[in-house]
Design a protein around this ligand. Structure first.
Ligand SMILES: *Cc1c(COP(=O)(O)O)cnc(C)c1O
Length: 459
């Protein structure tokens, strides 16, 4: 005799049961997250034909287990209300949902290094490498752990024990003690510095290339600073032509690496990866978690024989990516492969960069109204502000934005900002005009709901 399948209660009903079971002390958001994960399991069992799967004791055992671990983690999710789209300290690019799903699906056993047809060993980087080549139009691609690693790898594979030509005006330091001269030294090569702090000429490249020990020309995008005034550098095309004539590889560390969306505000100074390849660079390197909008990774694209030399280098094995990162990267690159429209609507980093001042003002206005119409002890007002791309991209460019200033009687701005950081999830804001500023450009829609609820309930 078939039994009627038990009804799956609503989230609100489940949360009430959480309170009855004494889980309240973990906080509502933690309970919601734990129950939602456990409910996924119930739904999956139903789908698989177990019509009796229910919110039963097994369900509650799982919720209790999640609650023991997840809310006490230090590396938990946070809300970025700073207006800095690629905030390095908050983990740079927010992942598109497709990447989250792909990584979760690959987190158990995955096809990361197995050939599906033969059942034998496969090449771990193949799907992502092929996709990289396809979306950039390059002959070949190679993903590694991060962009810092691509330069180390390229110099090590192509110039270990020999010399690298590099312009003085490009000897950058990236955040986190990553200094170009030290990277080149660590890769076992010697630098031949050319030009001055503000200028470098084609003849500087030409005379340096005369040294028979030189085996690589390295150019670095001055990501996080600008030199203005009396400056000069030869066009990349001319340097590339010279390198080809001398048979020397030209490697360009682009850093931010725009594939689609280079016309977005704030990105006018960034060179798209495809343009750098068209200019004749033999290898171009960029980050996965900057303007590509995906997980941390270092991506190398360019001439096949050079990419193959890098792939065979021992360092590549030391710098390889995790199966979940490869899956997330494949998802992000697949979105880019569908074109500009797809990238802009599906990749949160690009989506956030394309929000206009008008859209943000409307968002801020509705948010402030909801707070001011509640019984909250916090007052809100709409204000114009300036966001940033972040992570070294377009460092001198402001993103015209609008946000909400928060104030609470009896608390100074730093105290209120601290309360927001202590909230669940922790929320990071800026301080402007001695008030707390939430720049809503970098807050996702579902985070906005949580944040609004939290603020409205402050007494
Ligand atoms: C950001 C950046 C790097 C470092 O990239 P990571 O992915 O953070 O390792 C290296 N070079 C340039 C030019 C950069 O902008």
């Amino acid at each position: 005799m078939a039994e009627n399948p038990p009804r799956i209660p609503s989230m609100n009903e489940i949360l009430e049961s959480c309170a009855e079971r004494g889980f309240e002390s973990y906080g509502r958001e933690a309970c919601r997250a734990a129950c939602s994960r456990a409910l996924d399991g119930v739904r999956a069992r139903r789908k698989a034909g177990d019509s009796l799967a229910a919110v039963d004791e097994a369900f509650w055992t799982q919720v209790a287990a999640f609650l023991k671990v997840l809310p006490s983690l230090q590396l938990r999710g946070a809300i970025n209300a700073t207006g800095v789209v690629l905030h390095t300290n908050l983990g740079r690019a927010p992942w598109p949902e497709e990447a989250v799903q792909a990584a979760a699906a690959a987190s158990s056993a995955s096809l990361c290094e197995i050939d599906r047809r033969s059942g034998g060993r496969g090449r771990r980087d193949r799907p992502v490498s092929e996709l990289l080549a396809r979306v950039t139009g390059a002959e070949a691609g190679l993903p590694v752990n991060n962009n810092a690693a691509t330069v180390l790898l390229a110099v090590s594979a192509l110039a270990r024990g020999r010399k690298v030509v590099v312009a003085r005006k490009e000897l950058v330091e990236i955040g986190g003690s990553y200094r170009m001269p030290e990277v080149i030294a660590a890769a076992g090569a010697q630098m031949v510095e050319i030009g001055t702090t503000n200028r470098v000429h084609l003849k500087d490249f030409e005379s340096a290339m005369g040294d028979p020990e030189v085996s690589l020309v390295l150019r670095i995008h001055p990501s996080n600073f600008r030199i203005e005034g009396f400056t000069k550098e030869p066009p990349m095309k001319e340097i590339a032509a010279l390198c080809r004539e001398r048979g020397l590889p030209l490697v360009y560390d682009l850093g931010s690496g725009v594939l689609n969306g280079s016309d977005l505000r704030g990105l006018e100074q960034e060179h798209p990866v495809q343009d750098s390849l068209a200019d004749g660079c033999d290898l171009v390197t960029f980050s996965g978690d900057k303007l590509l909008g995906g997980p941390q990774a270092g991506l190398i694209v360019g001439a096949k024989p050079l990419v193959e030399r890098l792939r065979r280098d021992m360092l590549t094995r030391c710098l390889r990516l995790d199966k979940t990162m490869l899956a997330a990267l494949e998802a992000v690159l697949s979105i880019h492969a569908l074109g500009e429209e797809s990238a802009r609507s599906r990749i949160p980093a690009l989506q956030r960069l394309s929000l206009t001042h008008e859209q943000l003002r409307q968002r801020a206005s509705a948010f402030a109204d909801a707070i001011n119409n509640s019984a909250s002890a916090i007052q809100a007002s709409v204000v114009d502000c300036a966001g940033r791309v972040g992570s070294g991209a377009s460092p001198t460019e402001d993103l015209p934005s609008a946000g909400v200033l928060l104030a609470q009687e009896g608390l100074d701005a730093e105290q209120l900002a601290q309360r927001l950081r202590d909230a669940d999830p922790p929320t990071f804001a800026r301080i402007q005009d001695e008030a707390v500023l939430l720049d809503l450009r970098t807050v996702a829609d579902h985070e906005l709901v949580i944040l609004q609820q939290w603020i409205c309930h402050q007494s």
